[in-house]
Design a protein around this ligand. Structure first.
Ligand code: BG6
Length: 539
């Protein structure tokens, strides 16, 4: 994770001035300068298993394109796409080009590239090569070995952009073919393995997967991705906490009443019914994305931004999570409502499905800083609004100073860190209202990234890919933290005495099931509404 100041957006992304034209064969470094203080990653070959999949098309290629625009890829870079099914490289390149053009033009996509920059795209396109191969056939790996032996440099990243069932067979075959072997003198280049989520489906399967992969690659070669950590707004949580003297002194149980972490979506399962039926909202989001947000908010300050320093503090935090029980969670499933059909009517979903599309949890962190402070987590599909954010609510002031306003009638101070789709922070606090009477009024102070920084194209994978090429593991999951996170939720996934957590209905487009409100009400708390009232304007 780079700690240099935010680089200016390139002209190609902002559309401010046209990028200087140059020959197709030129490096993007000739066309567009690298952002201040950043150097191109070392040369490497990126082998993408799942070259024909959605992740490659929607996220990896746009991210590589953005890195090329920023001049952060080396001229010696190569990208080999492996997928089953014969096709020419030119056909793969054309398909990717069409997809990128569509995303670039789509204002609703996260690409924000406007129009594709031809120089940057051509630079990427020239480095693409397609290789047909089944993921579970030795022949594929023999072919790959031949190809890689011919590439100079020796640095290789294997990116498993494939379904989780292929994680084991691919890493095993890479290992057996000698493709993960780094030379003892370190001169033969690095070999790294990038693994997507879901990393296991519970503690036992995560342990098993770790043990399996660690037979073929060392921990320092394995880069387990949680794409939430690729978001600038998530990385900024540490900046807000540790680059400002204001927050850290109050960032503890003495001042903080409770924390809410929300990842609410308006979309349904979007054609992923088969995957979702086996996974559910809890496994899909809680022990990974939401715990990562919890880690960023609650971890102790590291001594430095070294990968191990940061990951050690996060590991301590996950270790301090009090194991959740079924009483700490509420599950829900969307039913037909104002926002559309019910989950059971979705394609590839059983008509009597008991899979949850909503999960809320009350989590305690048992350490000196956080003992007794509830962290309320919630996530769900087809909710009233798309909103990923963290709200830190402070305790009330100690006594009633304002005659007409009892302490419990004051609006609590809340610091909200907005992750998506709004990017920024807001702070709710109290002031005196204008006029002769001493009355208290609640106000909000907000910061939005767009008001301060030029828009910078970012699909969320740029930093992760760049860091992997640099060998910076700060933003990747270590085996121990993955297992500790699954351990904290194991009693929810496999309740003692059998059975399963009850699933309550909620209308598509609503705030979620009423039972989730009751989870907080028993502590005297309430969820922050997903559909928040528009700020009060002057009369
Ligand atoms: C994925 C989940 O990991 O994260 C999806 O599998 C979810 O179900 C997605 O929609 C949310 O990510 P983001 O970045 O769109 O908030």
């Amino acid at each position: 994770m780079s700690t240099t100041p935010n680089p200016p957006a390139s002209s190609a992304q902002t559309g401010a001035t046209p990028a200087p034209s140059c020959k197709v064969s030129a490096s993007p470094h000739d066309a567009l300068p690298s952002p201040a203080g950043k150097k191109p990653a070392p040369p490497c070959t990126l082998v993408i298993f799942g070259a024909g999949g959605d992740l490659t098309k929607r996220l990896l290629m746009p991210a590589l394109y953005n890195l090329a625009v920023d001049g952060l890829l080396d001229d010696g870079m190569k990208i080999v796409g492996v997928n089953h099914g014969e096709r020419e490289t030119s056909q793969w390149v054309d398909d990717l080009h069409t997809a990128l053009q569509q995303f670039a033009a789509d204002k609703a996509s996260t690409f924000h590239a406007g129009k594709l920059d031809d120089n940057a795209w051509n630079w990427v396109a020239q480095r693409l090569e397609y290789m047909a191969g089944e993921f579970e056939t030795d022949d594929t790996f023999a072919k790959l070995k031949q190809k890689l032996d011919r590439q100079p440099g020796g640095n290789v990243i294997f990116y498993l952009a494939v379904g989780a069932r292929f994680f084991k067979p691919i890493s095993e075959r890479l290992g057996k073919a000698g493709l993960l072997k780094e030379s003892d003198d370190g001169k033969g280049g690095f070999r790294r393995l990038v693994i997507e989520k879901p990393f296991g489906t519970d503690l036992a399967s995560a342990r098993d997967l770790n043990a399996h992969i660690l037979q073929y690659a060392s921990e320092s070669q394995i880069y387990r991705i949680d794409h939430f950590l690729g978001k600038d707004t998530v990385q900024s949580i540490l900046a807000v906490r540790f680059a400002n003297a204001l927050f850290e002194p109050i960032w503890r149980r003495e001042y903080i009443d409770s924390v809410q972490i929300t990842a609410a979506e308006t979309i349904g399962v979007e054609g992923r019914g088969r995957f979702y039926e086996q996974t559910g909202a809890f496994r899909d989001m809680v022990p990974n994305h939401l715990f990562q947000l919890l880690g960023m908010v609650a971890m102790e300050p590291p001594n430095s931004f070294d990968a191990e320093a940061v990951r050690d503090k996060k590991a301590d935090l996950f270790d301090a999570i009090q194991p959740l029980t079924p009483e700490d969670v509420v599950f829900g499933q969307y039913e037909k409502g104002p926002a559309g059909i019910g989950y059971r009517e979705e394609p590839d979903v059983a008509v009597d499905s008991a899979t949850e599309t909503y999960a809320a949890a009350r989590v305690f962190v048992e350490n000196w800083r956080w003992a007794g402070v509830p962290f309320y987590l919630r996530t769900g599909k087809r909710l009233a609004a798309r909103r990923t954010e963290i709200s830190v609510q402070l305790k009330p002031v100690p006594f009633r100073l304002f005659r007409d306003t009892p302490v419990d009638a004051l609006t609590p101070n809340v610091l909200t860190l907005r992750i998506d789709p709004a990017h920024g922070t807001s702070f709710d606090f109290n002031v005196k209202t204008p006029g002769p009477v001493m009355q208290i009024g609640a106000v909000k102070s907000s910061f939005d990234y767009n008001d301060f920084f030029a828009e910078h194209a970012n699909v969320g994978y740029e930093t992760l890919l760049y860091d992997c090429m640099l060998g910076d593991e700060t933003l990747f999951q270590r085996a121990d933290s993955i297992e500790t996170s699954w351990r904290a939720v194991d009693d929810v996934l496999h309740p003692k005495g059998g059975g399963a957590v009850a699933v309550h209905g909620y209308a598509a487009g609503s705030e979620g099931p009423a039972e989730a409100d009751a989870l907080l009400a028993r502590d005297g708390h309430a969820w922050r509404p997903l559909q928040q009232a528009a700020p009060r304007s002057k009369a």
